[in-house]
Ligand binder design. Structure first.
Ligand SMILES: *[C@@H]1O[C@H](CO)[C@@H](O)[C@H](O)[C@H]1NC(C)=O
Ligand SMILES: *[C@@H]1O[C@H](CO)[C@@H](O)[C@H](O)[C@H]1NC(C)=O
Ligand SMILES: *[C@@H]1O[C@H](CO)[C@@H](O)[C@H](O)[C@H]1NC(C)=O
Ligand SMILES: *[C@@H]1O[C@H](CO)[C@@H](O)[C@H](O)[C@H]1NC(C)=O
Ligand SMILES: *[C@@H]1O[C@H](CO)[C@@H](O)[C@H](O)[C@H]1NC(C)=O
Ligand SMILES: *[C@@H]1O[C@H](CO)[C@@H](O)[C@H](O)[C@H]1NC(C)=O
Length: 494
């Protein structure tokens, strides 16, 4: 493992030297012929119908219904984009933009109201069958996420993700999904952004179920990883041969740039930051264990705090083997970049444990989301870091996008600039750097319920805020339509 770390250190130096941060050379080339384009959404953010037709309550229903509300504008996803009733309009939007595929998630408690496979809600199954069939009838491939943050409330009532018993319920749910939809769905993503599930939900407590605990965040991650392994192995064992699909996991990650690339301590801190963020989930999936830098730091800190055992749990050899290599593709959600400086910290938990402080440069253009600034070159650096760290795995970009506010209306020039510059950096990563990237997914198809930020916090493609839920195209829709149709950036006519 120590060789791995020093290799990663070298990678950082190489990446810092190779790509100028203000890289303004636009690459006028096409993506490879088999490259594919799509949009993404998540069940709780768009479906509404929160208690329709036998759906069970999930942790976001419970969280948004709390009084006082933990959501910025007191809003809920009770109706959201009402895609439960308006899904045909979504299919129309997708068709009009010329996508190859649509990434959406299944609502676990719409299919299994109490989270277990004791009761299957046929009307929930019917909904997804109608959506999947409509997509296929319009030439759009379904890409399905099993878990995009909406745990059945019954399972949270016994402790949620930090309780290991959940992993068997997840496997049972995955089996139902593969059995009912796998004849038509060939791309499966077990988890969306496990980091957010665990750190925001159980560490910082800003997302459902709103728990703040340095230990529960790591326990959650441990069980999410085991659940991923169970669902991946189940597919591999019982479905892959007959259904012929692929299964992977989506990990979110920004790029972490050393504040001073000439200072080795800064370079090392940036390497720790990206390893704590991406490696926490991806090292177990690619190598069968947590990164050694996490093991060393968290064990030492736990001990000095007088804990009886490390707050970073360990995989025994059985789980290490189940996890090791549990991917057909790697999903990546990427939005932004942070600068990193080393800092000796004593606050327990994922943030303090890594001994770094991160922040964003005021010079980077802002978005409507406090955490999202526009740094296109960071995307290319992260894609190269992934290539080198994991041996150039098959990568699908499963989310990337820019948020603005109601004030911009349909004139979303900021979003056009973002998509143009980020996808151009992805093009460089493929055509110039040899990264094995085959799909790109824009977030999101339409304005939707933005979690703790509510309905008005951050808007995306296609209008939404009107109570009638119209799906009005914004300016960026024609930009993306052309990008998808051209499959890249042909030289402008002289
Ligand atoms: C941009 O990069 C060029 C060299 O490629 C350099 O001369 C210039 O100072 C850089 N500008 C900024 C703002 O960093
Ligand atoms: C949200 O509800 C609280 C009462 O629970 C109220 O004080 C606050 O003004 C509301 N905020 C908005 C944005 O409606
Ligand atoms: C974990 O879940 C099981 C039921 O699946 C329950 O019996 C047990 O009490 C839970 N453990 C904790 C610590 O809540
Ligand atoms: C429910 O899950 C259990 C345990 O995973 C499994 O043995 C059983 O076959 C499942 N039932 C259905 C209907 O899938
Ligand atoms: C993971 O699998 C690889 C390749 O099969 C093997 O070399 C490596 O030792 C395994 N790692 C662990 C932790 O078992
Ligand atoms: C952190 O602590 C170590 C050991 O005491 C020290 O060598 C190092 O300079 C400190 N780093 C920072 C950024 O304060």
């Amino acid at each position: 493992m120590s060789t791995k770390i020093s290799i990663v250190g070298l990678v950082f130096v190489a990446l810092s030297l190779t790509f100028a941060q203000n890289d303004t050379d636009f690459l006028y080339e096409n993506f490879p012929e088999d490259f594919e384009w799509g949009f993404a959404t998540a069940s709780y953010q768009i479906e509404g119908g929160w208690d329709a037709d036998g759906k069970g309550e999930n942790i976001w229903d419970e969280f948004t219904h709390r009084i006082p509300s933990p959501i910025k504008d007191n809003s809920t996803g009770d109706v959201a984009c009402d895609s439960y009733h308006n899904y045909m309009q979504d299919v129309e939007l997708l068709k009009n933009t010329g996508v190859n595929f649509y990434r959406f998630s299944l609502s676990w408690s719409r299919i299994l109201p109490d989270g277990t496979n004791r009761t299957i809600n046929q009307r929930g199954i019917d909904y997804y069958n109608k959506l999947i069939n409509a997509l296929i009838a319009n030439g759009i491939e379904p890409m399905v996420t099993l878990y995009h943050w909406d745990l059945p409330q019954t399972l949270q009532a016994v402790g949620g993700w930090p309780n290991e018993t959940v992993i068997h319920h997840f496997e049972g749910y995955a089996r139902i999904a593969y059995s009912y939809f796998g004849d038509r769905v060939k791309k499966w993503i077990t988890f969306n952004e496990a980091f957010v599930v665990c750190q925001q939900g159980y560490g910082d407590g800003v997302h459902a179920p709103g728990i703040s605990s340095p230990v529960q965040s790591y326990d959650c991650a441990h069980n999410v990883l085991k659940s991923h392994a169970l669902a991946y192995r189940l597919y591999e064992r019982e479905f892959k041969e007959s259904q012929g699909g692929e299964c992977g996991i989506t990990i979110d990650c920004g790029w972490y740039e050393p504040e001073d690339p000439n200072n080795p301590a800064h370079v090392e801190a940036a390497e720790r930051a990206v390893t704590f963020k991406h490696g926490w989930y991806a090292f177990p999936v690619f190598f069968g264990d947590y990164p050694s830098v996490m093991r060393t730091l968290i064990d030492a800190k736990s001990q000095s705090e007088g804990l009886l055992e490390s707050r970073l749990p360990s995989f025994d050899s059985y789980w290490s083997q189940q996890l090791n290599g549990s991917w057909d593709f790697l999903g990546l959600n990427h939005y932004t970049t942070e600068l990193v400086v080393p800092e000796n910290r004593t606050d327990p938990g994922w943030r303090g444990d890594q001994n770094t402080r991160t922040y964003q440069s005021e010079e980077w253009p802002p978005s409507a989301s406090f955490w999202l600034r526009v740094v296109p070159w960071g995307f290319r650096k992260l894609l190269n870091w992934i290539k080198i760290t994991y041996g150039n795995p098959l990568l699908y970009v499963t989310e990337n996008g820019f948020s603005d506010t109601d004030a911009e209306g349909v004139n979303d020039q900021g979003r056009i600039d973002y998509y143009r510059d980020y996808t151009n950096n992805m093009l460089k990563a493929i055509n110039l750097d040899g990264c094995n990237i085959k799909k790109y997914t824009a977030w999101s198809l339409m304005d939707n319920f933005e979690w703790a930020e509510g309905l008005t916090g951050a808007l995306w493609c296609h209008y939404y805020t009107d109570p009638a839920r119209p799906r009005t195209p914004k300016m960026s829709q024609s930009f993306l339509k052309k990008l998808f149709a051209d499959n890249g950036f042909p030289l402008p006519k002289q």
